[in-house]
Design a protein around this ligand. Structure first.
Ligand code: THG
Length: 367
């Protein structure tokens, strides 16, 4: 049997043992940790997310904590979305850019206090980035990665499971808002969030020694509702139009290209990193945009398609960045990052190695 040698470069999730017991068969690296990405039965894992409830070890969604007198200022410097109206107890989905306007992350930013924020990050080293910016600008802040590990509960029955654990009031928690709760005596921050469009919550475990207990409590609360293990589902999130930073983006992707314009405030102060570059990009117009591509009449293909070339009239116009078989659409679908000369309705060729597939571009989301 293949073994993984955990060390400081590849850390173990507090839920690792529980996911192995639940039958995890594959893991993927993310933020210097491993995330389970298969429990051996992809169609059952998809079905329970769509029709029942699924629990996911997403502790790889690390929190970068910024606290201190200049915390609010630094949080805004790092974010191209206006955070001034974010309340304590509220989160927002926020694009982060480098100085050239390239997307470097798309966290959920949680405001814990006037002087304390968590950046719940996608896969990139934001702790190092935030430290560097703070020191260069001589800001009075502390930055760390606390012992916090999210466990997602997703699906149409997720709310029932979470209500069983914490009470009926959870049904009134608004999207991206959060509250401190106890699961038994395990401290948890309960966030209405999750990387699917099937509804649900994330339980941020606040004590990494208690991962197995929390996993089991959620499992027990969900048994009668059909709960089972899962992970951020690659097909459901494509159907739903959710972006995977680093999966659907390259080093030169800006937020306008990947449908994040509504989260960008170009009137923010010039000290916000990337904002001047984004104003210029907006003025000049983008060269690429993200659409869907639908390949009709194709059997499910093994694994997941990544970064296949897309051609139109024999000329490369971009890439299918991620794709997979959609049971609900009865088609292979994917995200297309293509030239703005391409429009929904255009017929294109997806250059799968050794097999060229005819597809049609479409608006997102698929569902
Ligand atoms: N939850 C938490 N942290 C995360 C993710 C998460 N960190 C990594 C990654 N996911 C960050 N990316 C996203 C992408 C999309 C959403 C959340 C995090 C999301 N989008 C909704 C949408 O696009 O419809 C809502 C956005 C809005 O309109 O405000 O939820 O999943 N903790």
């Amino acid at each position: 049997m293949m073994q993984i040698g955990p060390n400081t470069r590849l850390r173990v999730s507090p839920f690792f043992d529980a996911t192995i017991e639940a039958g995890a068969t594959a893991f993927s690296p993310y933020n210097k940790m491993l995330m389970p990405v298969s429990f051996g039965d992809p169609s059952a894992e998809y079905e329970r997310l769509i029709n029942a409830v699924s629990q996911w070890d997403v502790s790889v969604q690390r929190q970068i904590e910024i606290s201190g007198p200049d915390a609010a200022r630094l949080a805004q410097i790092l974010s191209v979305r206006d955070l001034s109206k974010c309340a304590i107890g509220q989160g927002k989905y926020v694009p982060m850019c480098d100085h050239a306007g390239n997307l470097i992350n798309d966290p959920v930013v949680l405001k814990l206090a006037e002087d304390k924020f968590w950046f719940s990050i996608a896969d990139n080293n934001i702790e190092l980035w935030a430290q560097s910016i703070a020191h260069e600008r001589q800001l009075d802040v502390e930055i760390c990665e606390p012992d916090v590990s999210p466990l997602a509960v997703q699906g149409p029955k997720a709310e029932d499971v979470v209500a069983k654990l914490f009470g009926e009031w959870v049904r009134d928690l608004k999207f991206f808002w959060f509250a401190d709760v106890l699961a038994g005596d395990i401290p948890v921050k309960l966030v209405r969030a999750g990387f699917s469009k099937q509804g649900g919550f994330e339980l941020f475990l606040m004590d990494g020694s208690r991962g197995k207990e929390l996993w089991n409590l959620v499992h027990e609360a969900g048994i009668s509702l059909g709960i089972g293990p899962g992970y951020p589902n690659p097909v459901e999130r494509i159907e739903s139009g959710l972006l995977s930073y680093g999966g659907d983006t390259d080093a030169k992707t800006n937020p306008f290209e990947v449908r994040l314009e509504k989260y960008v405030n170009l009137t923010l102060d010039d000290e916000v990193i990337g904002i001047r570059a984004l104003r210029k990009i907006k003025e000049e117009g983008v060269k690429r945009h993200q659409l869907g591509v639908k390949i009709l009449g194709q059997e499910a293909h093994e694994g997941h398609a990544i970064w296949y070339d897309i051609e139109k009239d024999g000329v490369k116009v971009g890439n299918m960045t991620n794709g997979g078989w959609s049971p609900r659409l009865n088609a292979s679908i994917g995200f297309a990052l293509v030239s703005v000369s391409c429009q929904p309705g255009d017929v294109v060729t997806v250059m799968k190695h050794g097999q060229n597939l005819e597809g049609t571009l479409c608006e997102l989301p698929f569902i």
